[in-house]
Design a protein around this ligand. Structure first.
Ligand SMILES: Cc1ncc(COP(=O)(O)O)c(C=O)c1O
Length: 492
C-alpha cells in the first residue's frame, strides 16, 4: 500500500507539473480525432481485461495514454465551466474518504461521517444565514440539488396549496406554474419534466439587461396566470448564473413569493461561494429568505468533484418528501423501543435524500474549511472577483474588446473580440462576429495557453471566462487578452 501510494502520487505530481501546469487543454484534437487516437484501430472501447496487469504498467498507461489528454483544472489560465483547481487539502480529504469508504445513508454505515456531514451542512446553513430550523444535505452536484428542491416544492408546498392531503401526482400537476428567468440552469426545467409536470409549467420570465430576474416581472406573470385560472406555486431563481454570473433580485423575488404564497428556490450553485467573503457576500444577499437553496462546493469552494448541496429553511421538509420509505434492512430509527443503537431521532441521510449510498463528501470540505477558515476562503473568492473586474475593465479600456455586462456581478466575464475595432466589427456581415469568437476560442484551445468557452447571449456569441481559479494572477488576465489579440491578428 505504501509503495502503491507513493507511485500513484508521483504519477499525479508528474501529471500536475508536466501536463496541467503546461497546457490548459491537454490534447486539443477535435472529438473524432481524439476518440480515434484513444481507441486505436478498433475505433471503440476495448473488451474488459481478462487477465491481471501489474499496477506499475497501469500507472505507465495513465502517463502515456491519459495524462496528456485532460482538461487541466490546475492551469492558471483555465477559465472553463466552473471547474476549480481542487484545493490540495480537499484532494487529501477525498483520499481519506475513499480509504474509509463510509456510506452516508443509514447512520450505521457511516457513523461519524454522518456527524461530519451534519456539521458541514450547519456551516453552509450559517453561511447563508439560515436559522436553527434549517437543514440540508450534500448531493452529487447542483443538478441533483435543484431536482430535490423542486421535489420539495411539489410534494410539500404544492400539496398544501392544493389542499391535497397527499403529494400531488398525475392530473393534479396540470395548470400549475413555476417562474424562472431565461438565465436559469437547464436542470430546473429537467427537474420539472421528470417530476411529472407538463411542459407549460415553467414560465420563462425575461431577465433585464444585466441578465437579472426582477420581482415586478414575476408578479406580473403571476397575476396574468392567476387571471387565466392557473395555480402559481414556485419561483426558481438563480444567484450566480452559469452564463454570466448574474444574480436575480432575490429580495424582490422573496417579497413576491411571500405575497403570493410561492415556494422560493434559489440556485446558488456557483454564486453561493461569494458568501465566504465578508467584502463580497452582499452580492448574493437575501438567500436566507429562500425556502431552499442549492450550493455547490465543487465550484467556488474549490473542492474536488463531487460535492453539491441542498439547504432548506425548514429542514423537516426533507424527511417529509423523501423519508416515506424505510426498507426492512435499514433498522435505524424505526424501532418502537429505541436503544443505544437505534434512537428514534437518529440521523439517516437516506431519508432526506433521493440518493441512497453516498460517499463521505463532507470530509474534504470539512478539512478544507478548517485549513483555510472562512477568512482564507473569502480571500480566494475576492481574488477571483478582482480578476473578473480587471478583465472587464481592460475590455472597457480597449477598442477591440467589449464585455457584457460591462461590470461583472461575480467572477464570470462574457466578452468578445472586435476585429479592427468596434466600428469595423459592428459593420461585419451578420454572423461573422459570432463565428470569429468561436474560431478564437478554438485557436486558444489549440495553443494550450488558456481555456475558456463560448456562449450565446441575446442571440450573439460571446467568449465566456468563468474565473474560479486561485492559481490565476493579474498577469494571467493580461496574458489572456494578449494571446487572444495575437491569435486574432494571426488570422483565426
Ligand atoms: C447555476 C448552476 N446551477 C446548477 C449547476 C449544475 O451543477 P452540477 O453540474 O454540479 O450538477 C450549474 C453547473 O454549472 C450551475 O452553473
Amino acid at each position: 500500500m505504501e509503495r502503491l501510494g507513493a507511485d500513484t502520487w508521483a504519477t499525479a505530481l508528474d501529471f500536475l507539473y508536466d501536463q496541467a501546469a503546461e497546457r490548459a487543454m491537454g490534447d486539443p484534437l477535435p472529438y473524432p480525432a481524439l476518440r480515434a487516437s484513444f481507441f486505436g484501430s478498433t475505433g471503440g472501447p476495448a473488451p474488459a481485461p481478462v487477465s491481471p496487469t501489474p499496477i506499475a504498467a497501469i500507472l505507465e498507461e495513465f502517463r502515456e495514454r491519459l495524462a496528456g489528454g485532460q482538461m487541466n483544472a490546475q492551469h492558471p489560465r483555465q477559465f472553463g465551466y466552473f471547474t476549480p483547481p481542487p484545493l490540495p487539502v480537499s484532494m487529501m480529504g477525498e483520499l481519506l474518504a475513499q480509504m474509509t469508504n463510509q456510506g452516508v445513508d443509514v447512520w450505521h454505515a457511516g457513523p461519524l461521517a454522518t456527524f461530519v456531514e451534519e456539521e458541514v451542512v450547519r456551516w453552509l446553513c450559517d453561511l447563508i444565514e439560515f436559522g436553527p430550523s434549517a437543514f440540508g444535505l450534500l448531493t452529487s452536484g447542483g443538478v441533483m440539488a435543484n431536482f430535490m428542491g423542486m421535489a420539495l416544492a411539489r410534494d410539500g408546498h404544492l400539496g398544501r396549496i392544493l389542499d391535497a392531503g397527499r403529494p400531488p401526482r398525475g392530473a393534479m400537476l396540470e395548470g400549475v406554474r413555476v417562474y424562472a428567468s431565461d438565465q436559469t440552469h437547464f436542470s430546473i426545467a429537467r427537474a420539472l419534466d421528470l417530476l411529472g409536470f407538463p411542459p407549460e409549467t415553467l414560465v420563462v420570465v425575461p431577465s433585464d439587461d444585466r441578465f437579472r430576474l426582477h420581482g415586478a416581472e414575476v408578479a406580473r406573470a403571476v397575476a396574468r396566470d392567476r387571471a387565466a385560472g392557473c395555480t402559481p406555486f414556485a419561483i426558481a431563481a438563480v444567484a450566480g448564473s452559469t452564463n454570466t454570473g448574474s444574480v436575480d433580485r432575490i429580495g424582490e423575488l422573496a417579497d413576491v413569493a411571500e405575497a403570493e404564497g410561492l415556494w422560493l428556490h434559489v440556485d446558488a450553485a456557483y454564486g453561493g461561494g461569494a458568501r465566504l467573503s465578508i467584502r463580497d457576500r452582499d452580492r448574493v444577499a437575501d438567500l436566507d429568505r429562500a425556502d431552499s437553496v442549492t450550493v455547490d462546493p465543487h465550484k467556488w469552494f474549490f473542492q474536488a468533484y463531487d460535492i453539491g448541496g441542498l439547504l432548506v429553511r425548514d429542514g423537516t421538509h426533507l424527511v417529509q418528501t423523501f423519508g416515506g420509505r424505510a426498507p426492512e434492512y435499514y433498522r435505524g430509527g424505526e424501532t418502537v423501543e429505541p436503544d443505544a443503537h437505534e434512537a428514534t431521532d437518529q440521523l439517516n441521510f437516506y431519508k432526506l435524500s433521493f440518493e441512497g449510498t453516498r460517499r463521505w463528501r463532507a470530509l474534504k470540505l470539512w478539512m478544507s474549511w478548517k485549513h483555510l477558515g472562512t477568512e482564507g476562503f473569502g480571500r480566494l473568492v475576492e481574488a477571483n472577483d478582482d480578476l473578473a473586474a480587471q478583465l472587464a475593465r481592460r475590455c472597457a479600456q480597449s477598442d477591440d474588446f467589449e464585455a457584457i455586462p460591462e461590470i461583472p456581478e461575480l467572477s464570470v466575464v462574457c466578452f468578445r473580440h472586435l476585429p479592427g475595432g468596434l466600428e469595423a466589427a459592428y459593420a461585419l456581415p451578420p454572423g461573422e462576429l459570432d463565428s470569429h469568437q468561436d474560431r478564437l476560442q478554438r485557436a486558444l484551445e489549440v495553443s494550450g495557453d488558456g481555456w475558456l468557452t463560448t456562449t450565446q447571449l441575446r442571440g450573439a456569441t460571446w467568449l465566456r471566462a468563468g474565473i474560479v481559479n486561485y492559481l490565476t494572477t493579474e498577469a494571467d488576465i493580461e496574458r489572456l487578452l494578449a494571446t487572444l489579440r495575437r491569435l486574432a491578428t494571426d488570422g483565426v
